[in-house]
Design a protein around this ligand. Sequence first.
Ligand code: PLP
Length: 455
Amino acid sequence: MNERPNSLHASDIAHSMHPYTNMRAHEEKGPMIMTRGDGIRVYDIDGKEYIEALAGLWSVAVGFSETRLADVAYEQLKKLPYYHSFAHKAHEPSIRLAEKLVEMTPEGLNRVFFTNSGSEANDTVIKMVWFLNNALGRTGKKKFLSRNKAYHGITIASGSLTGLPANHKDFDLPAIPVTHLTTPHYWRFANEGETEAEFTARLLKELEDTIEAEGADTIAAFIGEPVMGAGGVMVPPEGYWPGVAEICRKNDILLVSDEVINGFGRLGTPFGCEKFGFTPDILVTSKQLTSSYMPLAAIMVSDEVYNTIADHTAKLGTFGHGFTGSGHPVACAVGLENLNIIEEQDLMGNAARLEKPFQDGLRKFADHPLVGEVRGVGLIAGVELVKDKATKEAFAPAGSMAAKVAALAAEEGLICRNVYETVALCPPLILTEADVTEIHARLGRALDRALEWAK
Ligand code: PLP
């Protein structure tokens, strides 16, 4: 990797520590340096073009060259580049964005708290829920229920909710009381001969049994992504979410919908809870909220949650929580403009309209010798690779074939993400039907080349 001794490549290898990266492999391989974006495409330092079929990190809804977002950021930077919202301070961008979010999200979620990231948002949710139960005198009601393969972030608390081995191992997590339940993924986790309805019933019974064993008075909340994203794009079985919601309601357990990936039209409906027919007490959004042009996340809570917390702040004198960047004016201005663009260009409708061609074209890969399952909804999908289609045995070492397919796809000009055994796709919502065809073509070539390589 000394081909470019005075280059950005060399500097990156010498000085940077990359997230989610094998650092020793990086010293050998070097970085893939992106220099510009245009619509759904990005270009690397050598001028090579890629379709960004993961929208960055599941997030760039409006594409990589939306000048309206650059313009509002510049205007806000000139007018009031920073202000906070501690202790009764406020500014127009965060007020307007909160108002917009209340208007866009399902009925009953009428209060918004801003953070800088999804992880901080879920940390904040944990603290809000603990604060709330302490306010109600339910001091033992603190545990969270999550699922294996869930992704809720990487801070000490949100990383504990995450249910992926790499996020726990040697980080001493989980560090808060959390129980991870079975991943609601029928194809991978159903028992021999079990129907989808039986699988759903088994998972709901597991939830009820867990609550019974641990005691409803010890469990504060259930958190879940409507469609699980970063764990490998898992679509829940029919009836799962309404069942979970009912059990939570019956046991006075708060339901948190983590819509950091699902929110703002990704599934073809505005929010994932609407797709699956449940009403959360708390809804978490980020990513497509600003199309990731600025870091921002928003927690929406029900009136009931708000009122309990608000009463307790009156008793204690404050809500002792908040970030310097909570509701940053530039991030909020960008978020508001981004949501306006999503509405004006009907990008949520576009996702719904393109769902069929996008998903149908991917389903054709189900016959490919490397593919075990193709799954997805709206404009998010996962292609899970197997060594043996009949037994569903994965390739060894774990994740190696998905990594190979993602690498070959990049050579073909398609960026997707390998998550464990799955190749994930989650393109910008500004996608066209021609783009869909091109994504399928590039992915198909990568799969065929991977098959040749495996022989
Ligand atoms: N929740 C979900 C569902 C996510 O997908 C992610 C990130 O991918 C997070 C939370 C954490 O967000 P962040 O990376 O902004 O901390």
